[in-house]
Design a protein around this ligand. Structure first.
Ligand SMILES: [Fe+2]
Length: 300
């Protein structure tokens, strides 16, 4: 074999090696793509939590609905309404951004109309309802009123379910101050004051607030349970590794993107919300969720 022949053979071998490497690389990309497909699943899921407290006599089931952003769950919201009905909640809490500032209000109204009159329902504002401009904001509040949903804005209501009395307080989103003259921090302390006035100091106190990032302020007021949304689960998740990539007002790798948190005796549950077609980026390993919280007594 002459020198030229040897060189040609080596060149040919190198070409084959490069081709094989490229094929393997493409295969790895394809496998990763196929493996990531279930991550884009965006169907409605139900996530359950249990909160134990000695003051709860019978159990109380709360359905927490946040960040619907006027997204559609079937014709006339049938899928979402059916999911709620199946869970048989004692009370429904709407944690803000039910109505969107960009998408039409029709689907949100279909949802509110579907739950109206069937459960005790409480609502707090979210930032997107406030961002829609004063006129739209006021008409959104009229929609809430029209379906006999009680808006909590720095106050609380006492609710008795299955032999247990609990207080449900709520505060506006801070952006409500843009359209109405309210001072958020004053409202927060007022809610706790009202709980003490309307019930007693040791009544199990729930706070409904759109935003989870103010957990320290909520814990300082001594609420037993805080229910929030707003973070949309941090949009992208890698279960077991990263609980959210980004959330408004928390930035990258948000601490309170979704799940259960404890702070100085206060439990906070953050819903990953129901926003779907309203978001620019698709959700990844972060399906929209209806959150169900069971309040139960110790040892039950
Ligand atoms: Fe929000």
């Amino acid at each position: 074999m002459d020198k030229q022949q040897i060189t040609d053979d080596k060149t040919q071998q190198n070409k084959e090696k490069r081709k094989t490497r490229r094929r393997r690389f493409r295969l790895v990309i394809l496998v990763l793509f196929v493996l990531s497909l279930p991550g884009y699943y965006c169907g409605l899921t139900v996530r359950n939590y249990e909160v134990r407290d000695a003051r709860i006599q019978g159990s109380i089931r709360i359905a927490l609905v946040t960040d619907l952003h006027s997204c559609k769950y079937g014709e006339d919201q049938r899928k979402l309404l059916r999911a709620i009905e199946e869970q048989k909640p004692d009370v429904i809490l709407l944690g803000g951004d039910v109505i969107d500032d960009v998408l039409p209000t029709g689907p949100a109204e279909a949802f509110l109309s579907g739950i109206s009159g069937k459960y005790p329902i409480y609502y707090v504002t979210g930032n997107h309802e406030c961002w829609s401009g004063k006129e739209n904001y006021l008409s959104s509040m009229k929609i809430i009123e029209k379906y006999e949903i009680k808006r909590l804005a720095g106050d609380c209501d006492i609710v008795s379910v299955n032999g247990t009395t609990i207080a449900i307080g709520g505060i506006d989103d801070p952006y409500a101050a843009m359209v109405e003259s309210v001072i958020w921090s004053k409202e927060l302390s007022d809610v706790k004051k009202e709980v003490q006035e309307k019930a007693s100091a040791d009544t199990f106190a729930v706070l409904l607030s759109h935003r989870p990032e103010a957990i320290e302020a909520y814990a300082k007021q001594g609420f037993d349970l805080v229910l929030a949304g707003h973070a949309h689960g941090g949009q992208w998740r890698i279960p077991g590794l990263i609980n959210g990539m980004f959330a408004p007002d928390q930035g990258l790798f948000p601490k309170y993107a979704g799940g259960r948190y404890e702070k100085d005796g206060t439990t906070m549950i953050v819903s990953r919300g129901l926003a779907r077609e309203s978001t620019i980026l698709p959700r990844f390993y972060n399906p929209p969720e209806l959150v169900i919280i069971d309040l139960v007594g110790e040892g039950k």
